[in-house]
Design a protein around this ligand. Structure first.
Ligand code: ACO
Length: 217
């Protein structure tokens, strides 16, 4: 019997997803945990320049938000949202190492069956298909065990690498949201992109494997 037991109120939580082999290594997803603090804090503090242009602004300084002492509050907030069935806060692992996060949020069941997805990958792990693999696994999980119908994302038009990842995994552009979010100190336009289950032929990860961009082992 699996050691993972999922809740009927929140199908698909808390379970690991994957892995899939990308050029950068074996990519897998798993729930965030309290002992992720040291890696999370180290990578987020070191990668400020890489991450800050794309993340929501905050009153608190980058150093304060990403101090090791902040992680227990951040982590229990994420896990609390997960317990209430509203979120899937997952770590992206590369060859078993903490490499970033992917979060499926604002999960709604009933007639909407929708959520948003967002992610970051630490600079040292970028350029090897890690985000593409993680997003493919996240989408397959969302449309499979979580039983969603639609997943959407918002991305700044200037974020070329993230737009490439979204396009590669099948997201389609739906429009431009003017002055949508306070990011990096100003109200920034964002592209709204989305994918529904009808647009996936079997599995997003399997499509990556078929195209030669990934493999299972
Ligand atoms: N211009 C155009 N394309 C680029 C550029 C560039 N300057 N740099 C990289 N790319 C392409 C790559 O060629 C690749 O596309 P391909 O598969 O078609 O060749 C793609 O961008 C990157 O794909 P991956 O290697 O899978 O992505 P990676 O693991 O490097 O992670 C990510 C990309 C997540 C955007 C990472 O750089 C990151 O965390 N950035 C900072 C935070 C961020 O932007 N998060 C996303 C916010 S938007 C959202 O969450 C919906």
């Amino acid at each position: 019997m699996s050691r993972w037991r999922t809740s009927p109120a929140h199908p698909g939580w808390p379970v690991p997803v994957g892995p899939i082999r990308m050029p950068g290594g074996m990519v897998g997803l798993r729930p965030v945990r309290l002992r992720d603090g040291p890696q999370w804090s180290r990578l987020r503090l070191a990668d400020r320049e890489h991450l800050e242009p794309w993340e929501p602004s905050s009153e608190a300084t980058w150093e304060m938000r990403h101090a090791l002492s902040s992680w227990p509050t951040v982590c229990s907030g994420l896990r609390g949202e997960a317990r209430r069935g509203r979120m899937l806060p997952l770590v992206i692992e590369v060859d078993g190492q903490f490499a970033g996060q992917i979060t499926i949020g604002n999960i709604t069941h009933g007639a909407l069956r929708s959520a948003w997805i967002g992610y970051w990958v630490a600079r040292q792990f970028t350029g090897g298909g890690v985000a593409t693999g993680a997003l493919a696994l996240g989408l397959d999980h969302a449309f499979g065990p979580v039983m969603l119908h639609r997943v959407e994302a918002t991305v700044r038009p200037e974020n070329a690498p993230s737009r490439a990842v979204l396009a590669r995994t099948g997201f389609r552009e739906e429009g431009l949201l003017k002055r949508y979010l306070d990011v990096d100190g100003a109200w920034r336009d964002h592209l709204l992109v989305a994918i529904t289950v009808e647009e996936v032929q079997g599995s997003v990860a399997a499509a990556l494997v078929r195209s030669g961009r990934a493999s299972w082992t």
